[in-house]
Design a protein around this ligand. Structure first.
Ligand code: 13P
Length: 255
């Protein structure tokens, strides 16, 4: 049984003070939840403050991006060593906004994923098709390419460790959520693709989470699907109550 995994991706929202306020309001709402891995990905600036306020509640903190380079003349970049030194345990890699707005490629995703695993952090690797790709019936081809190239060279054991986030680009920030059938179909496909490359054991262990307009009202139905192991939540994670409701809806007993 895969443990549900629910992560907040705050994108470019919340100052450090706002992040700390969120933590104070959120932690009492989920203090009894031990059967879901809960993760918050704030801006880089808020990472140390959130590590400090969330660690004792067993809530992990993720970066929204990371450099594959260990150090050097890379203006504006943040290294894995810096994240590690600040107590950060995970990194989101290849979010569609990074791919679309900042030119990230599958090759870049691969370099970051390998470096993140080598550093002992957990990558949350994002994949997903655009609306044009879905309408042209290229969804599975796009997912296959993103998995094959993004995870190229990984061992089955490494695939067991990472988290794949299926985020159809047309559902991100649009209020247009994938139906549970659409999500389930894509997740099953992704798991099949992982199985064909890395073997059934790794594919069965790897958590595949859904992202794209997840809200308290639709979370339980999405999480109820066998291959949907959690959620990567944007807008609805900014409010402590609504994010706590999504976490609760993802608990094994509640699904
Ligand atoms: P929304 O939940 O705001 O659609 O964002 C999803 C997302 O991109 C999470 O990474």
């Amino acid at each position: 049984m895969r443990k549900p995994f629910v992560a907040a991706n705050w994108k470019m929202h919340k100052t450090v003070a706002e992040a700390v306020d969120f933590a104070s309001a959120f932690t009492p709402l989920v203090h009894t939840v031990t059967d879901v891995d809960i993760v918050v990905a704030p801006s880089f600036l808020a990472l140390p403050a959130l590590v400090e306020s969330l660690a004792e509640h067993k809530i992990q903190v993720a970066a929204q991006n990371v450099s594959a380079e260990p150090q050097g003349a890379f203006t504006g970049e943040i290294s894995l060593g810096m994240l590690q030194a600040s107590g950060v345990q995970l990194a989101i890699i290849g979010h569609s906004e990074r791919r679309q707005l900042f030119g990230e490629t599958d090759g870049g995703v691969n370099a970051k994923t390998r470096a993140t695993l080598d550093a002992g952090l957990t990558p949350i690797v994002c994949v997903g098709e655009t609306l044009d790709e879905r309408e042209a019936e290229h969804t599975f081809d796009v997912l296959n390419r993103q998995i094959d190239e993004g995870l190229s060279g990984l061992t089955p054991a490494q695939v067991t460790e990472l988290v794949v986030a299926y985020e159809p680009v047309w559902a991100i920030g649009t209020g247009k959520v994938a139906t549970p059938d659409q999500a389930d179909e894509a997740h099953r496909h992704l798991r099949g693709q992982l199985a064909s490359t890395f073997g059934q054991t790794a594919a069965t262990a790897c958590r595949i989470i859904y992202g794209g307009s997840v809200k308290p009202a639709n979370a339980a139905e999405l999480m109820g699907r066998a291959d949907v192991d959690g959620a990567l939540v944007g807008g609805a994670s900014l409010d402590p109550t609504s994010f706590a409701e999504i976490v609760t809806a993802s608990r094994p007993g509640d699904r």
